[in-house]
Ligand binder design. Structure first.
Ligand SMILES: NC(=O)c1ccc[n+]([C@@H]2O[C@H](COP(=O)([O-])OP(=O)(O)OC[C@H]3O[C@@H](n4cnc5c(N)ncnc54)[C@H](O)[C@@H]3O)[C@@H](O)[C@H]2O)c1
Length: 315
């Protein structure tokens, strides 16, 4: 297989399903040898099974590529180290790490348990550190490497997702700092905020319809669809595979100048997200006191600001 990543070796965490599966398949189609990591649990991060990682590794081999399954949990530092070791032992090198594994435990903040908070922060935020630490040791030595992290537009703020939004926005800060730690060694780190119809974003019924369509398409059949046509069209438009081309591009040698940035990607659209910067600034010699600030604020920093969730009577 000839492609843009010929001779490279990649790890994709959570590569057994959804967006990660699409990334693993396209990395392989472009010539990379792939360690497909997936612990195979539920969307809430419970249970575990070898099936998803095995299936994607098998798919890659059937395409004529090289892949190996890994069932580690990205929360564990030891499992992160083992993933990197497996890449080195199996394929002799490591060039690319795609941190993608993720779960959800949505809850309004006043109902959220400590366990729900900790689980989401652990899988996303710590889960972006574990394999990265060991991959970066290899990348630093060889003076090259690519890291693609998975954030979310929820990081901009999303109702019922304080745990997830905090972790996802933490990932963009992590990514910008990785870019500064590793850039001098020829390594880049970028983040994506994907949009895709996967089991994480669909209701169980919509996910079942999507899976039926995929199976039918793979078998070369016209699906006997039960979901409404507009739902199906929407699902097709946000096929998880459509996230992968940007990720693959960021992993090529061509993308050397792209470092510490984040992108929204899904369907037909890809956007470069601006870096956060001060929008308006006020100055006062000797600093501000509350009375002066209360007088000046509404016509300067506060001009035009509206509460996105104004109080509702009786709620
Ligand atoms: N689907 C979207 O629209 C969307 C939007 C924004 C962000 N994301 C992010 O994209 C990533 C992929 O999500 P998806 O929609 O493909 O979901 P998915 O559930 O289809 O796939 C996620 C995979 O990660 C694996 N995984 C979960 N926890 C793991 C762990 N601790 N160790 C190893 N593997 C683990 C799961 O088994 C699963 O196969 C996640 O980080 C998610 O937060 C998705």
């Amino acid at each position: 297989m000839a492609g843009m990543l010929e001779g490279k070796v990649a790890i994709v965490t959570g590569g057994g399903r959804g967006i990660g599966r699409g990334e693993a398949l396209l990395l392989a189609a472009q010539g990379a040898k792939v360690v497909v990591n997936d612990f195979g649990g539920t969307t809430a991060g419970e249970g575990g099974a070898a099936g998803p990682a095995d299936e994607v590794a098998e798919e890659i081999k059937k395409m004529g590529g090289e892949a190996v399954a890994n069932y580690g949990n990205v929360v564990s530092l030891a499992d992160g180290e083992a993933m990197v070791k497996q890449a080195l032992d199996t394929f002799g090198r490591l060039d690319i790490l795609v941190n993608n594994a993720g779960i959800l435990r949505d809850r309004m903040v006043f109902n959220m348990s400590e366990e729900e908070w900790d689980a989401v922060i652990a899988v996303h935020l710590k889960g972006h550190f574990t394999a990265t630490k060991f991959a970066s040791m290899v990348f630093r030595q060889q003076r090259s490497g690519r890291i693609v992290n998975t954030s979310s537009e929820s990081g901009f703020g999303n109702m019922g997702q304080t745990n997830y939004a905090a972790a996802k926005e933490g990932i963009t800060g992590l990514t910008r700092s990785l870019a500064l730690d590793l850039g001098r060694y020829g390594v880049t780190a970028n983040a994506i905020r994907p949009r895709a119809a996967t089991r994480l974003t669909l209701s169980p019924e919509m996910e079942a319809a999507r899976a039926r369509r995929e199976q039918a398409a793979q078998a070369g059949q016209v699906p006997a669809e039960t979901a409404a046509p507009d739902v199906v069209t929407g699902l097709d438009a946000l096929r998880p595979e459509l996230v992968a081309p940007l990720v693959v591009y960021l992993c090529t040698d061509d993308a050397a100048e792209v470092n510490g940035r984040d992108f929204i990607v899904g369907g037909n659209e890809i956007s470069l997200v601006s870096l956060p910067r001060a929008e308006r600034t006020i100055y006062r010699d000797g600093g501000w006191d509350v009375d002066t600030l209360a007088r000046v604020f509404p016509t300067t920093l506060g001009a035009g600001l509206k509460n996105p969730q104004p109080p509702v009577a009786g709620k």
